[in-house]
Design a protein around this ligand. Structure first.
Ligand code: ADP
Ligand code: ZN
Ligand code: ZN
Length: 740
């Protein structure tokens, strides 16, 4: 309802209150304080912020006078009506409280006061006495280095840049001393313009769609023309031209004046896609906004405004881009819909894919999911008719799918990292000047420190996982909490010096390959090698240009990259995902092999994939080898149904965390008992039991599992019980709905 006359605004506060409070709309804000606007309101003796969720007439029998709204924080609406519905749905579905939902949906910079961007700029005041300079040189080398920098080049510098180069503490100290002067520089932010697109030029021409693409596009157009909610799966093998179809669909929507959201699992890993969208969509939807985690506050605010006021009608980005404040949305694309990166692992623990479906529902749009290895949930929804489906079964230009070979590691020398067949094939590619990629989803050098004398295994002091050896730095690191220490030389338990490192990571593979093939030019891509900004772009760029022969990396490089000259892909250890204590282990292994295989043979030559495993007969490996999704699906669905796992039931995990393991047990058990009675008939329970990783960052973790058909009633019950439950202060708990 729009605001007419002296009305009342209901405001959901960003913090503190779960309930909406009513305020009077003062005359100066009439017509401006609209549904979805962010406002400042008086709350007791202070001021609070929130969003207007409803505008209504004052109640007839209202006896007390409502306080008026204080002010409008910004002109643009923060929440469109469909976003508002989405927020409420997320609150009830994920059971996470309105505050965390608002914090996810409305960027912090939008909730705040920030207007135009002015950044702090520093320059040298130039009046530090000589003896003070001498003192700084000795006592505070960083401060001295900053001054030296200004002496060389007196032009002002952004404080953020200076802080990054030296340290914030040093620049702050100099400001305090008066040695540096602060000024404001107003900046028009356009930095996102090209930060993420691929340097290489991309043709702006449309391809002529092949028969399968045309059929898929026709299906999608049919759905778009309905101008109603729909969910559609574009199931196409890797390299089958799905992106081409997405682009056509977006063009159509933009030409008709609608807007689009394009979600990718990890924006920083998709520079090629961004470049392609930019060149192909041109100015159709105004500026293409790229939404990613590296945006500065200012860039984020400017991008957000462009989306909110309709200057830009198309946005591409990861997870949180599903909340873009666009109006008139007609198409939401979720590329690689099966990807676990769509699930956020802190509150609100939402799946951007599922939220995309809901948002499409609330705004009557089409949600287009795409994947070469769709999730079981999505496939199941196409089977039961909830989603429609188009398939593309062939690669573009008839490129054949790569051949998958299995290397049975049980027949290799003990502890071998590379099978003989993989070694042979790498050598063969080097001779032919073709490229290879080796995947291993474990960084570092070696995994497990084991004492042959007493079987002691070195684990993280804070987490229940073994430490990984990083040989170059000679450190052991915990990949869960980041703990680091010098690598031990002796067994902590018995003092033995015969300690052994077992298992292997990307660093070891790199070293081995370098030893075996001294002539090869090798690049590595994992979180360790990529911690410097832009490193990954350089490695990828070099690989693409043929300056590297072999690329070794973790799964981060398995996503969406397209290298025409790669003819060999090795999956060093397919068993890592297979043996995860997770009901999705088989599904993930299947997806991993197919996705990784999709990196091979995208150009002219047919590719080969070598999958190393100690379980060559495992179902997902066999089905992936034969590229038989249908059969895998049937087998896996049968299995899931037998155990009542998704997609047949929904899963909610309640997580209890406490530094004291007995307390964690005690409260988890007590809560579970109370819940059991209340949930009879609507959910089945399992647990409490220790989480797969029992301890993380000193917290012991216990899980209670709830299996149900409908999530919301169960969540509502659980929250209700939780409200009256006396939990120990040291125990924290939360719900994880549809855990991943
Ligand atoms: P996917 O998204 O399924 O992995 P892409 O859309 O990236 O596949 O297509 C793979 C490659 O084929 C890209 O280089 C793309 O430019 C090209 N391509 C896509 N469709 C066509 C077409 N109809 N004709 C020629 N080339 C195409
Ligand atoms: Zn020992
Ligand atoms: Zn740890």
């Amino acid at each position: 309802m729009e605001n007419n006359g002296a009305s009342v605004a209901k405001v959901a506060l960003f913090s503190g209150f779960e309930k909406e409070l009513s305020y009077a709309i003062p005359p100066e804000l009439v017509g401006k304080a609209k549904l979805g606007a962010i406002v400042k309101v008086p709350l007791r003796n202070t001021s609070a912020r929130g969003v207007i969720t409803q505008i209504c007439e004052p109640e007839q029998n209202q006896t007390f006078k409502l306080k008026p709204l204080d002010a409008l924080v910004r002109e643009e609406k923060a929440l469109t009506p469909d976003l508002l519905n989405l927020c409420l749905w997320m609150r009830d579905y994920y059971g996470c409280g309105a505050q965390s939902v608002f914090e996810s949906v409305i960027p912090a910079v939008v909730r705040g006061d920030k207007g135009e961007l002015s950044l702090k700029e520093l320059s040298y005041a130039g009046d530090l006495p000589a003896e003070e300079l001498e003192r700084l040189k000795k006592r505070a080398p960083k401060q001295y280095a900053i001054i030296e920098r200004f002496l060389k080049d007196p032009s002002p510098v952004l404080k953020s840049a200076l802080d990054a180069e030296f340290s914030a503490a040093a620049s702050n100290a100099l400001i305090k001393k008066g040695a540096l002067k602060e000024a404001k520089r107003v900046i028009r932010r356009g930095a996102y313009e090209d930060a993420l697109s691929c340097a290489e030029s991309v043709s702006a021409q449309d391809h002529v769609l092949n028969a399968e693409q045309s059929a898929a596009f026709a299906d999608i157009c049919g759905l778009l023309d309905k101008r109603a909610f729909g969910a559609h799966l574009l199931y196409g093998v890797t390299g089958s031209g799905k992106t081409e179809v997405y682009i056509r669909a977006m063009k159509r929507v933009l030409k008709e004046g609608g807007s689009c959201i394009f979600l990718v699992p990890e924006i920083s890993l998709t520079p090629q896609t961004v470049g392609r969208l930019r060149s192909r969509l041109g100015d159709l939807g105004g500026k293409l906004v790229v939404w990613h985690s590296h945006l500065s506050d200012g860039e984020r605010l400017d991008s957000w405004k462009e989306l909110a006021n309709g200057e830009a009608r198309v946005v591409v980005g990861a997870r949180s881009c599903v909340f873009a404040p666009l109006e008139n949305i007609r198409l939401i694309i979720v590329d690689e819909e099966h990807d676990g990166a769509y699930k956020q692992d802190k509150a609100p623990r939402y799946s951007a894919r599922d939220v995309a479906i809901l948002r499409a529902k609330f705004c009557g749009a089409l949600c287009l999911l795409g994947s070469a290895t769709p999730s079981l949930e999505t496939l199941y929804n196409t089977k039961n008719g909830k989603y429609t489906l188009s398939k593309i079964s062939k690669r573009i230009d008839g490129c054949t799918l790569p051949t998958v070979l299995l290397a049975d590691m049980r027949h290799e020398r003990g502890g071998a990292v590379l099978s003989r067949i993989l070694q042979d094939k790498i050598g063969d590619r080097l001779e032919k000047s073709e490229q290879s990629i080796l995947f291993l989803n474990r960084r570092g050098y070696a995994k497990i420190f084991e004492c042959p004398d007493c079987d002691y295994v070195e684990v993280c002091p804070h987490c229940a996982v073994s430490l990984t050896w990083h040989r170059k730095e000679d450190k052991v690191k915990c990949h869960i909490c980041g703990f680091e220490a010098r690598a031990p030389l002796t067994c902590k338990n018995c003092g033995s010096e015969r300690v052994k490192w077992k298992g292997h990571g990307t660093q070891k593979v790199e070293e081995l390959v370098a030893k075996l093939f001294p002539q090869a030019r090798i690049g590595r891509m994992d979180a360790d090698a990529m911690n410097r900004k832009d490193n990954y772009r350089k490695v990828l760029g070099d690989f693409r240009l043929g300056k590297l022969d072999i690329l070794i990396g973790t799964q981060m490089i398995a996503k969406g990259l397209d290298f025409p000259r790669v003819t060999l892909v090795g999956l060093i250890d397919a068993d890592i995902s297979l043996h995860m204590p997770d009901f999705r282990a088989a599904e993930r292994t299947y997806q991993l092999i197919v996705q990784v295989a999709g990196r091979a043979g995208r150009g002219d030559g047919a590719g080969e994939v070598v999958v190393q495993t100690r379980a060559p007969d495992a179902a997902p490996i066999q089905y992936a080898k034969r590229d038989d999704m249908e059969a895998f699906l049937e087998a896996e669905l049968t299995h899931r149904e037998e155990f009542n796992y998704p997609p047949f039931r929904r899963v909610i995990i309640q997580v209890f965390k406490c530094k004291n393991p007995e307390k964690a047990d005690f409260y988890a058990e007590h809560f579970a008992k109370e819940a059991e009675a209340a949930l009879s008939g609507i959910a089945e329970m399992r647990g409490p039991s220790a989480a797969p990783i029992e301890k993380i960052e000193d917290f012991y973790i216990r899980n209670v599992w709830y299996f149900c058909h409908a999530v919301r009633p169960v969540v509502a019950k659980l929250l209700q019980i939780r409200k009256d439950f006396k939990m120990d202060e040291e125990v924290t708990d939360y719900l994880d709905v549809d855990p991943f």
